[in-house]
Design a protein around this ligand. Structure first.
Ligand SMILES: Cc1cc2nc3c(=O)[nH]c(=O)nc-3n(C[C@H](O)[C@H](O)[C@H](O)COP(=O)(O)OP(=O)(O)OC[C@H]3O[C@@H](n4cnc5c(N)ncnc54)[C@H](O)[C@@H]3O)c2cc1C
Ligand SMILES: NC(=O)c1ccc[n+]([C@@H]2O[C@H](COP(=O)([O-])OP(=O)(O)OC[C@H]3O[C@@H](n4cnc5c(N)ncnc54)[C@H](OP(=O)(O)O)[C@@H]3O)[C@@H](O)[C@H]2O)c1
Length: 277
């Protein structure tokens, strides 16, 4: 892991550059693996969002027009800055460049948050399951730091699956930091159950989220009853294939999909569009 950061009163390299529309300044960049990094930027004063929502961010393209992509805000609604957790797609129009940002640089951030992975889209329940692969963790990095999550639910289960152990590290550190967090550590207490797994490398827990749900392994490992519509709520964020497979499993458990306009028992959002790099 490599990290670079700057305090906001440090000299800004961005001052010599043209000012971007809806510009925000990068304050910290951390590279987790060859294909994953996270970064923090200043937050527009006017930006209000619900933990779990996404915004459009980007850079100026070679044609001088904004090159924007959807990004889940990984920081909670109360944070003074905004955090993002990103893939590096080698030939990706945006991330082939975004991966080189440094503290002091500017990015474009359109202050219009939207999304379905919000508490308002779910009916009250006893437990909430956050189900993610890869960078699909990002909205849950926000929701795991959101007080409302622990006020609304007795237990919060974070299932995150990646191919390798290194790809889990951003989430692992975040979960570990919550216990001692001065703002929400007490609220989190022992409510948060973290269940990371790998599929292409040995680890203490392995296997796809889907397989660990259908086999009942995750329920046995965590000492929980099988999911049921009376008690369990879920939010899902991964590739299209993952989302489709998980949706079917949740429906087989008797849960119904909801939306902002029709709160039900689970909600789904794509972590990216497309099916291969
Ligand atoms: C609602 C929503 C929220 C999103 N939130 C995030 C986020 O928090 N973090 C993030 O990194 N990306 C997120 N994305 C994906 C993001 O919008 C871009 O696709 C990504 O930044 C790559 O941009 P690009 O221009 O480099 O490549 P693109 O041309 O956008 O993508 C090229 C290909 O790379 C693959 N790909 C793209 N994004 C990912 C990814 N995140 N994980 C695995 N494979 C991917 C796909 O196969 C895609 O076809 C989100 C997408 C949506 C729809
Ligand atoms: N060439 C490389 O070394 C390399 C490395 C990383 C990513 N990539 C490419 O990058 C893209 C995104 O990679 P990613 O790792 O973020 O996403 P991904 O390929 O979707 O895999 C992320 C995790 O989700 C699991 N998964 C995939 N589909 C699933 C489904 N339908 N149900 C349940 N679990 C599922 C995977 O398990 P499985 O391992 O069992 O598939 C893996 O553990 C992919 O297109 C991939 O080809 C390439």
């Amino acid at each position: 892991m490599t990290e670079t950061s700057a305090t906001m009163d440090a000299p800004q390299t961005a001052t010599a550059k043209p000012h971007l529309p809806d510009a925000q300044t990068v304050t910290q960049v951390t590279h987790w693996t060859d294909n994953l990094f996270s970064f923090r930027v200043t937050r527009p004063r006017s930006l209000r969002f619900r933990s779990g929502e996404f915004v459009m961010i980007g850079l100026l393209g070679d044609n001088g027009k904004p090159l924007l992509r959807a990004y889940s805000i990984a920081s909670p609604a109360w944070d003074e800055e905004l955090e993002f957790y990103s893939i590096k797609v080698p030939d990706g129009p945006l991330t082939s460049r975004l991966q080189h940002i440094q503290p002091g640089d500017e990015i474009i951030l359109r202050p219009k948050p939207v999304g379905t992975l919000v508490h308002d889209a779910l009916l009250p329940g006893k437990r909430i399951w956050f189900l993610a692969t890869g960078t699909g963790l990002a909205p849950f990095a926000s929701l795991m730091r959101e007080p409302e999550t622990y006020e609304k639910y007795e237990q919060v289960i974070m299932m995150h699956t990646c191919r390798t152990v290194a790809e889990l590290e951003y989430g692992r550190r975040l979960v570990e930091s919550l216990k001692d967090d001065p703002l929400i550590g007490e609220l989190v207490g022992d409510k948060l159950l973290y269940y990371p797994t790998t599929t292409r490398e040995d680890f203490h827990h392995t296997g796809r989220v889907t397989d660990n749900l259908t086999s009942g392994k995750v329920f046995a490992d965590l000492g929980l009853p099988a999911m049921n519509p009376a008690e369990d709520r879920a939010m899902v964020c991964g590739s299209l294939a993952f989302n489709i497979d998980v949706k079917k499993i949740l429906e087989d458990f008797g849960l119904k999909e909801g939306a902002n306009s029709d709160p039900q028992q689970f909600v789904v959002e794509k972590a990216f569009v497309g099916d291969g790099i």
